[in-house]
Ligand binder design. Structure first.
Ligand SMILES: Cc1cc2nc3c(=O)[nH]c(=O)nc-3n(C[C@H](O)[C@H](O)[C@H](O)COP(=O)(O)O)c2cc1C
Ligand code: SF4
Length: 452
């Protein structure tokens, strides 16, 4: 059995409640940090652990904290990114719903390290029931002296507030999130300046993912070095992966970052294999934003090495033959799934979620959706495939925030690896419609045009 650092207590009855969490060793990381470590020592421990941000980009957490500007007399803020709207990703909600005190504990230790006396959890508005759970956990923590003034006599004050988003995916992007937290429309900011210098209310700010902050607890309890012993290379520790699609056992799994993709898919400890006796066709291994990989490149890299569940191995080969760990949303497609249809679904999502600030993203996402729609519904031309390729290539790298890239990459990878399937749709539209929608069941949905 794999070691668990985040979900080790998840099956304990009533672990959601403070008393149970505390009896089972909860809040010892706060005690250790506030009683025996300086804020810089906490940051050093996190650097030693090699922890990388679990929100998608994989940036080293300790280094990020180290970049924080510390001008005299200016408040600093820690913001927990609990927006989790990436299709295929549902790990943070699991942590918050079932073991909320782990997040609160991680938040307190991290706030201490950064010097944040007012810390925010920016949560996706649809998680209404989780907001109640978090509010209760915060109240319990406060009633028991873990939040408020002069925590454990350390002189450190900290309050945690939950702020509810209004359901926009773009508000997961850290600068859009900050704008939204300030009460404005969630438009990403042009960087630099980065939040570490000018973030919330123009003050130095760290934005970290829920899982990242939860991982601070075992790092402080056991030491950064122990944490770094798990995993391979620069992929240290454990990682939550939300697995879905055509697998036998969809769910949230905590993996040590030293297992192969094959083990993750086929082992009963994890996904348990492909459902209904079908064969593996492809996988989007890190949430809808990352490139899709066909089965052969998913299980082995282009060099013929075993593909591992690590940041480095999943991205080995770059975007030509690799993908990304991303946010850990592992979407599996079996042989009966249609890549064109899947790509259209993602494209529709990105068109809908584009904030509209930059033309390549605003116009390009809508254009890609319309072309994909035509190909999927039997009205595509062969030249559409090259046009699609051209459009995605002009979005990538030309926008204010990475949502543009996130919209372009899935389209590029689908054409790169499954061009024959696009061509088949164009040359055999009736067969493609029959395959995807069944004989006589086909009704083309109304296409929603881009309204920006
Ligand atoms: C469009 C978009 C949506 C994002 N959504 C999330 C999200 O829901 N949760 C998250 O933690 N990071 C999200 N990110 C990444 C954040 O901008 C940021 O990198 C992350 O919160 C940093 O935390 P980490 O260093 O702990 O990973 C998103 C990025 C983009 C471009
Ligand atoms: S890339 Fe898209 S989502 Fe990001 S700022 Fe530009 S228009 Fe908005």
């Amino acid at each position: 059995m794999a070691r668990k650092l985040l979900l080790d207590k998840i099956n304990i009855e009533h672990i959601r409640l403070y008393d149970v969490y505390r009896q089972r060793g909860g809040y010892t990381a706060v005690e250790k940090a506030l009683k025996s470590m300086s804020p810089d020592q906490v940051t050093e421990e996190v650097k030693r652990s090699g922890l990388r941000g679990r929100g998608g980009a994989g940036f080293p957490t300790g280094m990020k904290w180290g970049f924080l500007a510390k001008p005299e007399g200016v408040p600093r803020y820690l913001v927990c990114n609990a927006d989790e709207s990436e299709p295929g990703t549902f790990k943070d909600r699991y942590l918050m719903e079932f073991i909320p005190h782990l997040l609160i504990e991680g938040l307190i230790v991290s706030s201490y390290a950064i010097g944040s006396n007012r810390t925010y959890i920016y949560i996706r508005g649809e998680f209404a029931w989780i907001i109640d759970i978090l509010e209760q956990a915060i109240a319990e923590a406060k009633n028991n002296g873990w939040l408020g003034k002069n925590i454990l006599g350390s002189g450190f004050d900290c309050e945690v507030y939950v702020h509810r988003g209004a359901g926009a995916y773009i508000c997961g992007e850290e600068t859009a999130l900050i704008e939204s937290l300030e009460g404005k429309r969630g438009y990403p900011r042009i960087k630099p300046p980065f939040p570490a210098v000018k973030g919330l209310w123009d003050c130095p700010t760290v934005v970290n993912n829920v899982e990242t902050l939860a991982a601070i607890v075992p790092i402080i309890n056991n030491g950064g070095e122990e944490y770094a012993k798990i995993g391979i290379g620069k992929s240290t520790g454990t990682k939550l992966v939300s697995a879905c699609g055509n697998i036998k056992k969809p769910g949230v799994y905590e993996i040590e970052m030293n297992i192969s993709v094959e083990e993750f898919i086929y082992n009963d400890e994890y996904c348990g294999g492909i459902a209904n006796g079908r064969r593996l066709k492809a996988c989007v291994p890190g949430g809808s934003s990352v490139p899709i990989l066909p089965a052969n490149l998913l299980l082995k890299t282009a060099k013929g090495e075993t593909r591992m569940m690590t940041y480095e191995s999943l991205s080995d080969g770059g975007f030509q033959t690799g993908s990304m760990m991303g946010s850990g949303g592992f979407i599996v497609l079996d042989e009966d799934q249609c890549v064109v249809r899947n790509t259209l679904t993602f494209a529709r999502f990105y068109r809908h979620e584009s904030c509209g600030q930059c033309s390549p993203c605003r116009e390009g996402t809508g254009w890609m959706e319309r072309i994909l729609h035509n190909i999927e519904y039997g009205k595509g031309k062969m030249s559409d495939i090259d046009l699609l390729w051209d459009i995605q290539s002009k979005i990538e790298g030309n926008t204010i925030c990475p949502l543009g890239d996130a919209a372009a990459w899935p389209v590029a990878a689908a054409i790169r690896h499954f061009r024959d399937e696009f061509e088949w749709h164009v040359t055999n539209p009736d067969d493609a419609l029959r395959r995807n929608y069944g004989l006589g069941n086909y009704a083309e949905p109304l296409q929603v045009m881009h309204s920006a």
